[in-house]
Design a protein around this ligand. Structure first.
Ligand code: C5P
Length: 306
């Protein structure tokens, strides 16, 4: 028996840091936006490894942990525990298209897809709300990977409110060499804040972005994109500045580091503009790879269960 689920990567249209919390996380106010770069997760009862085996296929997957260190395996264990099962006797295979450790919530997508796939495989009556609770225990972005679309996130990003958007947005995604660790980028933000180079944002300042999303005009949306983690990512990886400058020079409406980076994303005016920009950016040689992605994309969804 096998179930297959796909889940999207994300960009943060707005990511504002409100401050460091006593538990080490940061309170944030963010607008998540799921895009059409998706990972596929296949779960099979028993299977070759008969255990919480994780096999990952795709580009640059060498650094994705296997076995129980993988967030997909942790998702399987968490759901099994809630369902009162001793051992999740499954093999988990992941086919990755979302860049790894790149600021696009690839691991969160894999965890969300695993939860949805296993609920189907095991025929569980777990509700969407219960699944979201398990998702939040696995990581701050996992509830959004379940939900998809465009949504405001508060708390550490796990408290979600869907956002109405009339826009179909065309993105050019510039993949970078290497990875950035999310905790390290948040720690860099703490250092910049201590030295007065950045200041915490205030909550509820995303009104103009939300209005622009309702109107659906990419030019207006471009003016309101913001990522408070960008200076922190740039402090760790100054070369990303050149990637951002190149995208803007080539006609992007806006460019920013995606989440904690190092992926850079550019908003284009239309599908044609995005395809041209992607080709020119690839030709400029500033990125290790370039992708075209469209948002909003749906959250984790089952594509096969038999
Ligand atoms: O929740 P998740 O496991 O994805 O977070 C990874 C790390 O990113 C956390 O351990 C923390 O260091 C940092 N983080 C944070 N504030 C958030 C989300 C993540 O400091 N809102």
């Amino acid at each position: 028996m096998t179930s297959i689920c796909v889940a999207p990567g994300k960009v943060n249209l707005s990511l504002r840091i409100l401050g460091l919390r006593p538990d080490g996380y940061h309170d944030i106010s963010t607008v998540f936006h799921a895009v059409s770069l998706t990972d596929e997760v296949r779960v099979t009862r028993g299977g070759p490894g008969a255990g919480r085996v994780v096999t990952t296929m795709g580009e640059r997957v060498e650094s994705v942990p296997s076995g129980d260190a993988n967030i997909a395996a942790r998702a399987a264990l968490a759901l099994a525990r809630v369902a009162g099962m001793d051992d999740p006797d499954v093999t988990i295979d992941i086919i990755k298209a979302i860049p790894v450790a790149a600021g696009m919530a690839g691991g969160s997508a894999d965890a969300a897809a695993t939860l949805v796939a296993l609920r189907a495989l095991w025929g569980l009556a777990t509700t969407d709300d219960e699944l979201t609770g398990i998702a939040a225990s696995l990581g701050s972005d996992v509830p959004f990977s379940l939900l998809g679309g465009t949504a405001k996130g508060t708390g550490r990003g796990e408290i979600l409110t869907p956002v109405l958007t009339a826009a179909t947005l065309h993105w050019v995604v510039a993949l970078s060499e290497g990875e950035l660790s999310t905790p390290e980028v948040y720690a860099a933000w703490d250092r910049l804040a201590e030295s007065g180079h950045v200041v915490a944002s205030s909550a509820d300042v995303d009104g103009p972005l939300l209005a622009a999303l309702r109107h659906g005009d990419p030019r207006e949306i471009a003016r309101h994109l913001v990522n408070d983690l960008e200076p922190a990512a740039l402090s760790l990886r100054p070369s990303l500045r050149g990637v951002l400058d190149m995208g803007l020079e080539l006609g992007a409406l806006a460019g920013m580091v995606s989440g904690s980076g190092p992926t850079c994303v550019f908003l284009a005016e239309s599908r044609d503009a995005a395809i041209n920009l992607a080709a020119e950016l690839a030709g400029a040689g500033v990125a290790r790879g370039v992708r075209h992605a469209v948002g909003p994309a749906p959250g984790a969804r089952l594509v096969l269960s038999r």
